[in-house]
Unconditional design. Structure first.
Length: 79
């Protein structure tokens, strides 16, 4: 799975954990709802600046955002 999809899935998972809609996340992160949708679907390259905005909107420290099995590349299967 490519990194855009992994990041999108992580954002969607974290958003759903706090029962937040894409619209609410977009508003809180000062981003467009369609941008959030395209990131979650893995269709958009997201900048680290926007990852930080989204993590802050979800009250998730950046280190915790990336501290998930989706981002464990120790097995040698980097993409």
């Amino acid at each position: 799975m490519e990194i855009k999809s992994k990041i999108g899935q992580r954002i969607k998972f974290l958003r759903e954990q706090v029962s937040m809609s894409q619209k609410d996340l977009a508003y809180t992160a000062d981003l467009d709802r369609s941008y959030i949708a395209s990131v979650e679907s893995g269709c958009r390259n997201i900048s680290i600046v926007n990852i930080e905005k989204i993590a802050n909107a979800l009250n998730v420290p950046l280190k915790d955002f990336f501290n998930a099995t989706e981002f464990d590349f120790t097995s040698g299967s980097r993409q």
